[in-house]
Design a binder for this molecule. Structure first.
Ligand code: FAQ
Length: 333
């Protein structure tokens, strides 16, 4: 029930496409043309986008929970205001992304139902707990940092509505990343206890952040096809390496150490080489057995139930307004 299973609805039956249409579609992709909602597209392209965009939307919405947990406990009014704005941005990102998915012929309600039913995936990272204030720093620095690395190329993804949504999202993510790094910097320049708290958070978040980029290329089911369709511009391993290269110097500047004894700078390639990721842990989290999977879904279900009256009131209000406008039109005729 709590597993992050396949989005069954979007998997669907196998469809045999017209080879001429397929070739013309691929030619448009190769020519870097944007695909728009009313354009012809292969069913598998449409399903891949619904899968990726909806998983992304769910990640934003579930991703509000670990941080929302700290709004009342943020150490100052300034920190509280910034965190509140960040969490609100994430709700907004979820909405743009559900709206982008809707242009592919699936409703937001349907996608959200899949999340609440435990049938849809969302990012593994949000199944880890936020134990101290430094975790909020680490989420901004590492989780938003990883999100930016993954999402900047999505601003050039081949599907127009997704690419356009990503432009605004990336601008906001970059504020989020700085907010997190600044928390880490403040803690690392603070008392020894504060620095120890920052180090402990890095120890717990580093490996899960690397898992955000998805399985290694050799095991990634979708990368090859998604690269051909230019939905993805880089492979999972390429993005993971870019993230490590950008982030390690930032951590060293903070005076922190990474929880990886194999981490070392490779002079010949100019890359930071890192140790083996525990893919068994990743699989456990995806199968619903991460530290917070149950809690996250329970929180989203409760929010959905608690918000039922708002949805009913909004629908009643819209119906009343439509009736009033109709009556006014009839009176004017
Ligand atoms: N967690 O063949 P691939 C954020 C699944 S937003 C869970 O490599 P693909 C903002 C994958 O879905 C973070 N599942 O798949 C924020 C597939 O399952 P399926 C989310 C994962 O799609 C910050 C299977 O494994 N970002 O953080 C994960 O080509 C702070 C095989 O994998 C996005 O969604 C994972 N980590 O590549 C919010 C960005 N990785 O569908 C709040 C858009 C893989 O076959 C606070 N998405 N899986 O059942 C993408 O770029 C891609 O979908 C990847 C996966 C790279 C995530």
């Amino acid at each position: 029930m709590y597993s992050q299973a396949l989005n069954e609805r979007v998997e669907g039956p196998r469809i045999v496409e017209d080879p001429e249409k397929l070739a013309a579609f691929q030619a448009r992709i190769d020519a870097e043309e944007r695909i728009e909602p009313n354009d012809w597209m292969p069913e598998a392209y449409r399903r891949t986008l619904i899968r990726q965009i909806s998983q992304h939307a769910h990640s934003e919405v579930v991703g509000m929970l670990p941080e929302g947990n700290w709004i009342t406990r943020a150490p100052s009014l300034r920190r509280k205001a910034a965190l509140l704005a960040k969490v609100q941005d994430e709700g907004g990102h979820g909405l743009y992304l559900y709206a982008a998915a809707e242009t592919l012929g699936v409703s937001r309600e349907e996608l959200y139902e899949q999340l609440l039913a435990g049938k849809a995936k969302y990012s593994s990272i949000f199944n880890y707990p936020t134990l101290t204030w430094a975790d909020i720093g680490c989420i901004g620095w590492l989780v938003d940092g990883a999100a930016i690395m993954n999402q900047i190329p999505l601003c050039r993804t081949s599907y127009g509505p997704y690419a356009r949504a990503m432009i605004r999202i990336c601008k906001e993510e970059s504020f989020h990343q700085r907010q997190g790094y600044e928390i880490m910097l403040t803690l690392c320049r603070g008392t020894p206890e504060q620095k120890a708290m920052a180090q402990d958070a890095l120890n717990r978040w580093w490996w899960p952040a690397l898992m955000m980029f998805g399985p290694p290329d050799s095991e990634s089911q979708h990368t090859e096809q998604s690269m051909r369709w230019k939905i993805k511009r880089f492979t999972n391993d390429e993005l993971r390496q870019k993230f490590v290269d950008a982030t390690v110097p930032q951590g060293l500047y903070l005076g922190l150490t990474f929880p990886d004894p194999e981490l070392r700078y490779d002079e010949t390639t100019g890359h930071w080489r890192f140790g083996k990721i525990d893919w068994e842990e990743f699989k456990r989290v995806l199968a619903g057995h991460g530290p917070c999977n149950r809690e996250r879904l329970a929180a989203r279900r409760k929010a959905h139930e608690d918000g039922a009256w708002v949805r009913e009131a909004a629908l009643a209000h819209a119906a009343k307004r439509r009736a009033r406008e109709r009556a006014q039109r009839i009176a004017a005729e």
